[in-house]
Design a protein around this ligand. Structure first.
Ligand code: KIV
Ligand code: ZN
Length: 526
C-alpha cells in the first residue's frame, strides 16, 4: 500500500478547483482518436507542465497498450496525480494498481453503473448486488492505494434515494473522491447543481471527500453543467482538451478554466492551470487525435479571437476590450507574427521555438532546422502556426521510421492520373507507379503496391495551416484494420506530399500495432 497522503491532490482551499484531465482516457475513447505511446507520453508531460492536478492516463485492463501507457505516464509525470480507470472487479483494480504503483502520486478510479438501465441491461444485477460490489471493490482499491476515486456511472439517471445509498457505501469504504458522472450528457445546469446539493445534504461524511463532476456534451451543456456543480460544492472538474471524447465529447478543459478566470465575480474559484499553455496543447491534441478543432470553438477555435465585421474591427482598433473579454495571449495565442525568412539562423529559430513553448531535443532540433530552411525557401512568409505544424511533423516522422517517403512524382490534371513514389522500406529503396481516380487515389494506390495492406481509409482530411495559396497543407488520415484504428499526420506546402506522408505515417503506426497485436478491445467506459 502506498503511503501517499489522502487525497494526493490535497489542496483544500475552499475555492480551489482540481482539474482532472481525461484526454488520454475518455478523450481517447472517441472512435478513431487512438494515440500511440509516444503521443500519450508527450501529452501527459505537457498536461503536467500546464498544471493539471490529475491526469487520467488510461484503462489498464483494456489492452496491453493501455497498461503500458498508464505505467509509462506514471513514471514520467512529475507533479500531477496519475490515475487509472478500473471497472468494479478486483482483477481490473489490481491491473490498474500494477500500472500505477510507480507514480509519485497514484490514484485508482473505479466505477459501476447505478441507473436502472445500467443495472438491468448492462450489468444484469439488482440494486443489492450493485451495492455489494461497491463495498467489495472500493474496500479492495483502498487496500492498495490511499487515493481512490469512485464513480456511479450514469448518476444523473439514477434514482436519488438509491444514489444516496451507493455514495454512502463508497464513502464508508474509504473513497477519497466521489465523482458524479453525467455519462450520457442528459442533465442541465440547475439539475446538475441540485444533485450535488442533495448528495451533500444526504450522504454522511461526503463533505470530507472531494466531489467531482464529469459531464458529457450530448446536449451542448457540459461546460455549464460542470460549472453549476462547482457552484453547488463540487471541487473537481473532469475534462478534456478541446472537449475531446465519445459522441459529443466531454467538458472542455479550456472552457471551464477560462470561464472561472474571466468571471471571478460570479465564479469565485481558481485552478492551478497556466492558461498560456492552452493553445499549444489544443493544437497538439487536435493533430495527434485527428479531430480538428471547429473554427468557432470557444477559446481555441481559429476564429475565437478573429474580428471580421467593420464595427468590431473599428472597436478593436480603439480599445481591445470593446469586443474581447480575454486577451489572446492569456490562452497562449501569440500574434501570428511573421517569423524569419531563409536568412534566419539557428539562434533565431531556437528562440522562436522557446517563445512558442516547443521543447525538442538536440537531434530533433537539427532536423527541424533543416526543414525550416526548406519551408522558408518554399514559402514567402513563415508564421508561428507554420512552425508549430513543422515541429509536429518532424516529431511524428521521427517516431515511426520503418517506411519513409523519399520522392514523389505525379501526372495530374484532366488526363490520366498517375503517381510514382520512391520509398525506403526496412532500409531498402523501392519504387512503384500506379494510376487512380485522382492524384490522392493514385498516390495511395502506389503506396499500397509497395506496402500491401488491408486497412480501410476511414478519413482523409486536409486543412490549411495559415492563409494564402502558399500555405502549408496539414493532412490527417485515419485507417482501420481488424477493428484497430490508427491516425497519421503530416504538413507540407505541397498538398500531395503532405497526403502521402500522412498515409505512410498511419501505415507505420499500423505496423507497430500489428507487432504488439493488442487483445481485442473490451467494452469501454462512458
Ligand atoms: O462518463 C462516464 O460515466 C465515465 C465514467 C467511467 C466516469 O467516463
Ligand atoms: Zn465519461
Amino acid at each position: 500500500m502506498t503511503d501517499s497522503p489522502t487525497p494526493s491532490t490535497g489542496d483544500h482551499a475552499a475555492d480551489r478547483v482540481i482539474i482532472f484531465d481525461t484526454t488520454l482516457r475518455d478523450g481517447e475513447q472517441s472512435p478513431g482518436a487512438t494515440m500511440t505511446l509516444d503521443e500519450k507520453i508527450r501529452i501527459a508531460t505537457l498536461l503536467d507542465e500546464m498544471g493539471v492536478d490529475v491526469i487520467e492516463a488510461g484503462f489498464p485492463i483494456a489492452s496491453d497498450g493501455d497498461f503500458e501507457a498508464v505505467s509509462e505516464v506514471a513514471r514520467v509525470v512529475k507533479d500531477a496525480t496519475v490515475c487509472g480507470l478500473a471497472r468494479a472487479s478486483k482483477n481490473d483494480i489490481q491491473r490498474a494498481w500494477d500500472a500505477l504503483k510507480h507514480a509519485k502520486k497514484p490514484r485508482i478510479h473505479t466505477f459501476i453503473g447505478t441507473s436502472p438501465l445500467h443495472r438491468e441491461h448492462q450489468l444484469s444485477m439488482d440494486k443489492a448486488q450493485v451495492l455489494e460490489k461497491i463495498r467489495e471493490t472500493v474496500t479492495f482499491a483502498r487496500s492498495l492505494c490511499n487515493d481512490v476515486q469512485w464513480s456511479p456511472m450514469d448518476a444523473t439517471r439514477t434514482e436519488h434515494d438509491y444514489l444516496v445509498e451507493a455514495v454512502t457505501i463508497a464513502v464508508e469504504c474509504g473513497a477519497t473522491t466521489i465523482n458524479i458522472p453525467d455519462t450520457v450528457g442528459y442533465t442541465a445546469p440547475g439539475e446538475s447543481a441540485e444533485l450535488i446539493r442533495m448528495l451533500l445534504r444526504e450522504v454522511p461524511g461526503l463533505d470530507k471527500c472531494i466531489i467531482a463532476t464529469h459531464c458529457h456534451n450530448d446536449l451542448g451543456m457540459a461546460t455549464a453543467n460542470a460549472l453549476a456543480a462547482v457552484e453547488a460544492g463540487a471541487r473537481q472538474i473532469e475534462c478534456t482538451i478541446n472537449g475531446l471524447g465519445e459522441r459529443a465529447g466531454n467538458t472542455a478543459l479550456e472552457e471551464v478554466v477560462m470561464a472561472m478566470k474571466v468571471r471571478p465575480d460570479i465564479m469565485p474559484f481558481h485552478t492551478g492551470i497556466d492558461t498560456t499553455k492552452i493553445m499549444g496543447l489544443s493544437r497538439i491534441v487536435a493533430t495527434v487525435s485527428g479531430f480538428p478543432v471547429q473554427f468557432n470553438k470557444a477559446i481555441v477555435g481559429k476564429n475565437a479571437f478573429a474580428h471580421e465585421s467593420g464595427i468590431h474591427q473599428d472597436g478593436m482598433l480603439k480599445h481591445a476590450g470593446t469586443f474581447e473579454i480575454m486577451r489572446p495571449e492569456d490562452v497562449g495565442l501569440t500574434e501570428s507574427n511573421l517569423v524569419m525568412g531563409k536568412h534566419s539562423g539557428r539562434a533565431a529559430f531556437k528562440d522562436k521555438l522557446a517563445q512558442l513553448g516547443l521543447d525538442i531535443g538536440d537531434n530533433a532540433f537539427q532536423e527541424a532546422f533543416v526543414r525550416f530552411k526548406a519551408l522558408a525557401d518554399a514559402k514567402k512568409e513563415v508564421y508561428d502556426d507554420d512552425i508549430v505544424a513543422l515541429i509536429e511533423d518532424t516529431e511524428t516522422s521521427r517516431a515511426h521510421t520503418r517506411f519513409q517517403v523519399i520522392a514523389v512524382e505525379g501526372t495530374f490534371g484532366t488526363g490520366v492520373q498517375k503517381a510514382k513514389i520512391v520509398m525506403e522500406i526496412d532500409g531498402e529503396e523501392r519504387v512503384a507507379e500506379e494510376s487512380g481516380d485522382g492524384p490522392v487515389d493514385a498516390s495511395f494506390n502506389a503506396i499500397k503496391a509497395l506496402i500491401p495492406h488491408t486497412a480501410r481509409l476511414q478519413l482523409y482530411q486536409v486543412s490549411a495551416v495559415t492563409h494564402g495559396t502558399d500555405a502549408q497543407a496539414e493532412v490527417s488520415v485515419r485507417m482501420e484494420e481488424d477493428g484497430k484504428l490508427v491516425t497519421g499526420h503530416a504538413a507540407h506546402t505541397d498538398t500531395m506530399v503532405a497526403s502521402i506522408r500522412a498515409y505512410v505515417n498511419a501505415l507505420n503506426k499500423l505496423m507497430i500495432r500489428r507487432e504488439k497485436s493488442a487483445p481485442e478491445p473490451m467494452q469501454q467506459a462512458g
